[in-house]
Structure formats: C-alpha cells, structure tokens
Design a protein around this ligand. Structure first.
Ligand SMILES: [Zn+2]
Length: 501
C-alpha cells in the first residue's frame, strides 16, 4: 500500500502527484541512489503504519529498525531496497470479516481446503495479521511499444510502502475479497492511503497452498499469484488456484513452486516463473539509519489520533438511527458519505423539533436514507462525482426530505427537484415554486381531472369493476398525467375508488 505522505520515504521529493506527471521530475540524488547520499526516514510514514497497526489490533513494537534487502533490478537504483526484516513496526494483530457463505458451498472442493478453521453461514471470522512493515517502493520500467529498449521512471522510487502480511487464515476467494475491501476501507478512514487497486497504490499478492482436510501438514507447495488489479480478480484467482491445485493433487501430481499471474480475459492463472530456490536477499541492518525506539506514552498519544473506525461507526449507526444492516454498509463504506448523512440527520432532527417538519423522525430518516442510497448515488455515479463534489448542502437536502415526508410533493416531483438541486445546488422550495411542482391543493381541480379520466376510459372502469386491479393503476397514471404529476397519489386513489363504486 502506497502511503499518502507529502514527501517520499527517505528524501524530500514530492509524493503522490509524481506518478501522474512527466517521468523523472520528482527525483533527487537520494531516491536515485547517488553515491554519498544519506536517507532520512519520513516520520509521517512511520506514524501512518503505526496508526494502521493500532486500527488492526496489532502489537506496536517499541523497538524497530530498517534493513537492507539486497537484489539487483533496473528499477532499483541503489541495488538494495530499504525495508524491515526482523523488527517491523507492527507485530501480531487481527481483523474481523463477516463471511456470508460456507467455503464448502462456494465451489471449493471437499478434499482440500486452505489453512484455518471452517466457517459456517454468516459468521464473523478473525483473520490474523502477522506483521506490518514499512519500506520504499521501486521505480517503474516503461516498455515503449515497438521499441528495442526499456525506459526507467524513478518518480515512484522511494515512495513509502506499507506491507501487511496475514496469517494463513484465509480459506477462499470470498474471504480474501472481504479482507481486502475492509483493509481498503480502514486505510481510507485513517487517511493514510487512497488504497486504489486500479491506480496501483494498493497491491495484493496471493500465496496459496493446500492441505488435506483434518491434516495440519500442507500437501501442496506454495504458489504465488501476482499482478491482480481488482478485489474481484483476487477472489477469482484464488478460487481458480484452489480448483487447479486440488485437481493436480487428486491426480497424484506435485504442485510446482512458482509465481503465476492472473489473466483477467481468460479467467485463469498463468505460470510466470518457476522458483528453483528461495531468493537470498542477504538482509542486514541499514547502517545509515539508526534503530528506532518508541515510548509507551507515544503509543498512547497516537491511539488518541485514531478516528472512529468502520466497525464502531456501523454499530453507532444501528443504535442511533435504527438503520438496517444493508443501509449501514452503504452509508459507512466511505467516511464522506457517512458524514454527509449525519449532517442531514442533525438538520432533520432540528427541523422536527422546531415543528418545521410535521412527519415523524422515523419516516423522515427512512426517506433521507432511501433518497441518499438510490437517487443521490445514482446522480453521483452518472456524473462520475464524489460526495465531496456535492453541491447540495445538508440543510437543503433535509428541507427536501421534510417536504416529501409531509406530503407536500409526491415522489416523482421530488426526483425532479433533487435532480435540479444536484446540478444547481438550489433551494428546494424555490425550485418547487419555479417549476410549479407543489401538490395540487385545490380539491375541485383534482375532482374534475378524475372525472375527465373516468369519462375518457370507460373500458378500464369496466375492467376494474370486473376485478382487474391493474385497471386502477392505469387510471391512476392517467390522473397523474392529467395533473402534471402534482396530485397526491393517495388522494387520487381514494377518489377513484369512491367515484367508480
Ligand atoms: Zn528524492
């Protein structure tokens, strides 16, 4: 996971923007590995990793250090990567995921299953975290099409990289997807990374091996799957590998230790390179950076910086607003949306207390959630916007909800108003007045519209009398059309029934 610090891991070059700009502009003698330069660790990056550790129930190591991982590759200017070996910033931790299915019902064969305990339907499963450490990213190799050479872009070299390793607790693709999704959510809540798989600032490497059911010993050899750029592909790649390896083992074949890649077109993993033996990185303590020591009071202070995390927010939303689990999941997926919802709720409560809104809080809450989840999110998706781009203030949103809850406009008019508000950020009452969308208050006007529709549609009236319920819906639609959508559907329904009988 690339961390969202202002500067790089060991120099003052700009981090973040660099990767989208021209190549090799955010570089300096330190991150291009010139002789005689010295690295200076980025304090914010260290704090970010420790915050992630606290959020994931990890033990924070009070003594930690950087190590050199030696290997040669053209995108690694120093000939080694500064990483952490035996004293990472964070030790053992865990994360709960809510799995929805039994792995044995999700296409995973019976004879082999990955390490960990079996789970049943809708269970909370604890995924152990082995460690979280901090290192630097490498540069990027660029292979221009048709060219006989390769270019190196060092903008990404030395960008702080947080690496998290889990215990062998994940049993299938679904669990891996859930774990990655939640990790992404937590990192975004913490504000430490954009954690976007497509942009490459969150990457996932799968290590998979099988064991016979009821046997601890791993029957297969470890297979690594790399180059996966979405959570869906993580899930598919794992399920594919489980099936592939199970078949091989059932046929008495051996699994080859290798690195495979995910082919998202063919939906298969493909062998990329075989590993003859484990790479010897000749780790040794980084001599240019002194070891780090942290006091317990520093850790206690850091804990105070933790924001309300997704699990706590979900629990509070259930208690404070009485929302359904599905709605809570949508509203708390991103902090911005959750905050927007809470601002709306505080406006609504104020308007209800001051009798500006007559409807009950329960009714208003339900409407606010429904319009947020269906209508507003639809507009956001259509316009490729983020909650931060919203022009609708929480006050105006709450005002619209109040107007709908009190039956002053119907839902089709509300959708028009919301769309207008979305694009102009306007005030709902003003839009309703301008567009003449207020509900028809004049009973006489409505009555004549109903009578006209009944007279024009004698066949539907007869159908309804003959027991065809759909005919009534058709008549309702005609009245709404006649009144330009301004009639109150409930009143129309009553009036139609009364007039027909
Ligand atoms: Zn630099």
């Amino acid at each position: 996971m690339e961390l969202k610090t202002k500067s790089k891991m060991f120099c003052s070059c700009k981090n973040g923007l660099g990767q989208e700009s021209a190549p090799n502009v955010h570089i300096c003698p330190v991150c291009t590995g010139q002789p005689g330069t010295l690295p200076v660790p980025n304090q914010q990056a260290i704090e970010f990793v420790q915050l992630a550790g606290l959020a994931l129930n990890c033990e924070l190591n009070l003594k930690s250090k950087f190590d050199r991982k030696n290997y040669f590759y053209p995108d690694l200017p120093k000939g080694y990567q500064i990483s952490q070996y035996d004293q990472p910033l964070c030790g053992l931790g865990n994360m709960d995921i809510a799995t929805s299915v039994n792995p044995h019902q999700s296409g995973v064969p019976d004879s082999f299953s990955q390490g960990g305990k079996q789970v049943s339907n809708n269970t909370i499963k604890k995924i152990g975290i082995t460690r979280i450490h901090l290192e630097e990213d490498t540069g990027k190799l660029v292979h221009p099409t048709g060219a006989s050479y390769t270019l190196v872009d060092f903008n990404r070299a030395c960008v702080p990289l947080m690496e998290l390793v889990t215990e062998p607790d994940i049993e299938n693709g679904e669990q891996a997807r859930l774990f990655c999704t939640k990790l992404q959510q937590i990192c975004r809540y913490l504000g430490i990374s954009d954690a976007d798989m497509e942009k490459g600032n969150m990457r996932c490497e799968v290590n998979l091996s099988l064991h016979k059911e009821n046997e601890e010993k791993l029957s297969g050899t470890k297979v690594e799957v790399k180059n996966i750029n979405s959570f869906r592909y993580v899930e598919k790649a794992i399920n594919y590998e489980i099936e592939r390896q199970t078949k091989l083992l059932d046929e008495g074949e051996k699994i080859v230790q290798e690195t495979r890649g995910w082919d998202s077109v063919k939906n298969v993993t493909v062998s990329q390179r075989k590993k003859e033996s484990a790479h010897d990185y000749r780790y040794f303590p980084e001599p240019d950076i002194p070891p780090m020591e942290f006091s317990q009071s520093y850790v206690d202070q850091l804990r105070l910086k933790l924001p309300e995390l997704p699990a706590a927010k979900e629990k509070r939303f259930a208690g404070e607003y009485g929302l359904k689990a599905d709605d809570i999941a949508v509203l708390t997926a991103a902090q911005d949306l959750a905050q927007y919802f809470e601002n709306i709720m505080s406006e609504l409560r104020e308007k209800i207390t001051s009798h500006e809104i007559q409807a009950s809080e329960e009714k208003a809450t339900k409407l606010a959630v429904n319009y947020l989840i269906s209508e507003l999110r639809k507009h956001l998706a259509e316009n490729k916007h983020d909650v931060r781009d919203l022009k609708i203030s929480s006050e105006n949103y709450a005002e619209l909800i109040g107007i709908v809850a009190d039956g002053k406009i119907n839902s089709s008019a509300a959708q028009i108003v919301l769309k207008e508000m979305y694009h102009t950020g306007g005030d709902p009452s003003q839009i309703i007045a301008e567009k003449n969308l207020g509900q028809m208050e004049d009973a006489g006007e409505l009555e004549s519209a109903v009578e006209k529709v009944l007279a024009d549609n004698q066949k539907s009236v007869d159908d309804f009398k003959a027991g065809k319920e759909n005919a009534l819906k058709f008549l309702m639609g005609q009245v709404m059309k006649e009144t330009g959508g301004k009639a109150n559907p409930q009143v129309v329904l009553e009036m139609l029934k009364k007039k027909i009988s």
